[in-house]
Write a protein that binds this ligand. Structure first.
Ligand SMILES: [Zn+2]
Length: 232
């Protein structure tokens, strides 16, 4: 349980596709925002492959999905959005990508970063693994001056030390947040992803059951669970 968890002043979610964050943690994030947290989303791909419609052009889908993610974030009060626009399904853990995420962290200066658990075994989507590694690696790079030193020249950007991380989708969670009070907001955020969820009328019931199952370990009516890391 997370009764004593200090709400971050500034936080950033780093994730592969528009909608990942809303399935993973928007109930928790909505609760932080209600208590004054400034939240930024960093979306790595455009989600261009997220369709079964052979007539949907990928570039058009990316524009639709960016709009949907902005609306989903707005539904819970997210203030910052960064869309890196990489190709859906083709993310690779690389130094250039790490550099991009490092720059975003140095620009937005979150106290806490929340991302996808790259260790989550049986995680079959390659982008989810790559986004998790990149989120973690970006955090380490952002704090040390010898990583991507060109970003620091001129003095506009400074080093930044993230002190806490949360990983969603973890097979080994060690912290649970009660989202009973924000589950409706999470569902509202999810409903903004119309291109992905259009026609799924059972979304509300499914999300309630899922949150209830996660919370059952601690007798919480609705929860999200994470792996929590404190960084030295
Ligand atoms: Zn995804």
């Amino acid at each position: 349980m997370a009764d004593a968890f200090e709400v971050p002043r500034r936080a950033m979610a780093i994730f592969a596709h528009p909608d990942d964050v809303d399935f993973g943690c928007s109930g928790t994030v909505a609760g932080w925002i209600e208590r004054g947290c400034h939240m930024t989303y960093c979306v790595i791909t455009g989600g261009q492959k997220g369709t079964h419609d052979p007539k949907m052009p990928p570039a058009k889908l990316a524009r639709i999905r960016e709009r949907e993610q902005r609306a989903a974030g707005a539904a819970i009060g997210v203030r910052g959005f960064v869309f890196l626009g990489h190709q859906d399904g083709e993310l690779e853990v690389s130094m250039p990508l790490r550099g991009e995420v490092c720059r975003v962290i140095r620009e937005h200066r979150p106290d806490l970063v929340i991302t996808q658990d790259p260790w989550s075994h049986y995680q079959i989507h390659p982008d989810h693994r790559a986004a998790g590694w990149t989120g973690m690696d970006g955090v380490i790079a952002a704090r040390d001056h010898l990583f991507f030193p060109q970003q620091l020249r001129g003095g506009r950007l400074k080093l930044h030390r993230v002190t806490r991380m949360l990983l969603w989708g973890s097979r080994e969670p060690n912290i649970w947040f009660d989202i009973s009070g924000t589950l409706d907001k999470k569902i509202k955020a999810l409903q903004a992803h119309e291109s992905q969820l259009g026609g799924r009328s059972e979304l509300r019931r499914r999300m309630r059951t899922w949150a209830q199952t996660i919370g059952a370990a601690w007798s919480i009516p609705a929860a999200e669970a994470f792996r929590y890391l404190e960084l030295g």
